[in-house]
Ligand binder design. Structure first.
Ligand code: KG4
Ligand code: ZN
Length: 324
């Protein structure tokens, strides 16, 4: 089954064609980073207009790269939510329109499930497994019991991990999008320079606002221009990744599930990937998507349309939603 997927939930306009949920025929991503850089974050109305400007060209490129004509597509899919409503509408209406024109099904996809499905790309991974899902909007540990059956084991009380990365980056005067740059900066700092605290929360909770405040408190002790940014980045990165990995491992042990994967933009983080890799030596099977499938893309949308579509008798009546 060949599916064309469209992703437009935030600041990436993306289209991809994927066969049977695992084989990538094309992958086009048009990033809006340059546009939002000057605002220091994503401006929803500006993002929606950018999606409108680029969606047709992005879809055309996806066909060209796959060397496929639209009549060969078996279904058209898009992210339905969670995300920015004006942005989601662009992808949803494009995919629905294509489905009507070519008389093929429209499939709606949940963005979070799509991130999880990035792990099926170029892989023979099968459920059950535990997934640490960390993006700009969400931080969860999810038990993927079957392709279309999942249970949230743990989620954040306050900020998402990517959001904390971006906020700490801003405190260090690192431009948007801060997460990836903070990750790079951490590589030349010392993780032992600052002992940032770990939140005391319940088993099924994460909390990162205390860590963010602790970082701010340390930064304020230094005069402008003298902030040891590399050390702050390394110590912060160590603490947050340690918390994430420890809790993921805790749930893997509790459920006696030895297969652990990661997903979402923060799954591209070098320290998190290293810490996940280290679990192999203690008997776990681990996996993370290729870097290009961690951050928002449409390959994961086409994969989720195959493995875990939103179930409904009337897909063409699906409406976008902002929050899960
Ligand atoms: O999954 P994603 O592309 O969009 C959402 O669904 O939110 O995730 C974006 C988030 C941003 O907060 C970004 O700063 C973070 O992922 N991110 C990173 C890295 N690459 C992207 N955070 C830490 N280290 C990275 N290497
Ligand atoms: Zn995302």
């Amino acid at each position: 089954m060949i599916i064309l997927g469209i992703e437009s939930s935030c600041d990436e306009t993306a289209a991809a064609i994927v066969e049977d949920g695992r084989k990538v025929l094309s992958n086009i991503v048009s990033s809006q980073i340059k546009t939002h850089e000057k605002f220091g974050g994503v401006v929803p109305e500006v993002a929606a207009r950018e999606h409108l400007n680029s969606i047709n060209a992005v879809i055309k490129k996806a066909y060209d790269e796959a060397n496929i004509t639209p009549d060969k597509i078996d279904a058209f899919a898009s992210t339905v939510g969670p995300g920015l409503v004006g942005c989601l509408l662009v992808g949803l209406n494009s995919a629905k329109t294509l489905s009507v024109i070519y008389n093929k099904p429209y499939i709606g996809v949940n963005h979070l499930n799509a991130h999880v499905c990035a792990n099926f790309i170029d892989s023979d991974l099968t459920p059950p497994f535990i997934c640490l899902l960390v993006s700009g909007g969400h931080s969860q540990i999810v038990y993927i019991e079957d392709y279309d059956k999942q249970k949230i084991l743990c989620s954040t009380l306050d900020d998402a991990v990517g959001e904390v990365y971006d906020k700490v980056a801003r405190l260090c005067s690192i431009p948007y999008p801060g997460g990836i740059l903070l990750d790079k900066m951490a590589s030349s700092g010392s993780k032992d320079a600052f002992n940032f605290p770990e939140a005391k929360v319940k088993e099924d909770e994460f909390s990162f606002s205390g860590l963010k405040t602790a970082v701010l408190r340390e930064i304020k002790k230094f005069p402008e221009g003298k902030i040891p940014k590399e050390d702050i980045a390394a110590s912060f990165q160590y603490r947050i990744c340690d918390t994430l990995i420890k809790k993921t491992k805790y749930f893997a042990d509790k459920l006696n599930c030895k297969k652990i994967v990661m997903a979402g933009g923060v799954a591209a983080n070098s320290e998190l990937r290293k810490r996940l890799e280290e679990l192999k030596s203690t008997g776990y099977t681990v996996q993370a998507p290729a870097l290009k499938y961690c951050t928002d893309n449409a390959v994961m949308v086409a994969s989720a349309a195959y493995f875990n579509p939103i179930k409904t008798d009337e897909p063409l009546l699906l409406e976008v939603f902002s929050r899960d």
